[in-house]
Design a protein around this ligand. Sequence first.
Ligand code: APR
Length: 251
Amino acid sequence: MIIPPLLLKSLATATRVAALTGAGISAESGVPTFRGANGLWKEMRAEELASMEGFLKNPALVWEWYAHRRAILQTVQPNAGHRALVDLERLYPGLVVITQNVDGLHRRAGSSRVYELHGNIERNSCTACGEPHPSTAVALRDGRPMCTRCGGLVRPDVVWFGELLPEEEWEESVRASRAADLFLSIGTSGLVFPAASLPLVARDAGAVVVEVNPEESPLTVAADVSLRGPAGEVLPALVEAARGVTRSPRA
Ligand code: APR
C-alpha cells in the first residue's frame, strides 16, 4: 500500500495519536456491521431493537437479539486491524482508542486506553435499581430479562438511539481528539453523532485526519488522507510505515 507523503511526515512527527473506530474494524473478525451489505440494520429495524421504546414494547425480543450478538462474540477473535492498533500504541505511547463498538474486541486485542462510547454488550444493569448483572446471571421470565434483586427489567449497557453517551467516556474522547496531532478514523460510516463529529473536532484542532475505509463516507471530505481498503490490511501497512520513518517528534 502506498502511504502518501503527508501521512509519512505525520507518522514521523506525531506524538499524540487518537483512533476512532466503528463496526468496520470488526468486520474481518466476522462481526456484522450495521449498514454494510448484510448489515444488521438492513435485516432488522433499529428502532425496534436499539431503543428504549422498542425494549419496553418487547423486552424478550430485544434480549434475545443481544444474546444472539453475544453468542457471535464468543466465536470470534480480534483481527489484524485490532492488533495493529496495539502495535501502534507501542510506537506512540498514550495512543487512545475511541470506539463505537460494543464488542470489547479492542481490549481483548490488548489496547490499554479504550473509550467505549456506545457501551459494552457484556455488561447489563437493572432499569429500576441499577443492579449490575453479568449476562449469565440474568433471570428470564417468559424470555424477559429480570433483575435478581428487585424484579425490574435488565437491559444491556449499550447506548440506544436517542440516549446520551456515557459522560466521562465522551469528555475524554473530545479531550483526546482535540489534543491529537494524528487522528485515525477507521471502519465507520460517520453517520451517527456525536461520535462522527470527533474527526472534525480533531481536524479543527490541527490534527492530520486519516480515514481507513474500503468505501467513501461522509467523513471523506474532512479527511486529509483516505486509505481505501480493509482495516486488517491497511493498519498493518501503517504500522510498517511508522516503523520505517525516522521519528522527529514535534516539540
Ligand atoms: N475495514 C474498514 N472499514 C470497513 C470494513 C473493513 N474491513 N468493512 C466495512 N467497512 C466500513 C463500511 O464501508 C462502513 O463505512 O465500515 C463502515 C461501517 O459502518 P456502519 O455499519 O454504519 O457502522 P458504524 O459507523 O460503526 O455505526 C455507528 O451506528 O448503529 C449504530 O450504535 C451503532 O455504533 C454504531 C453506530
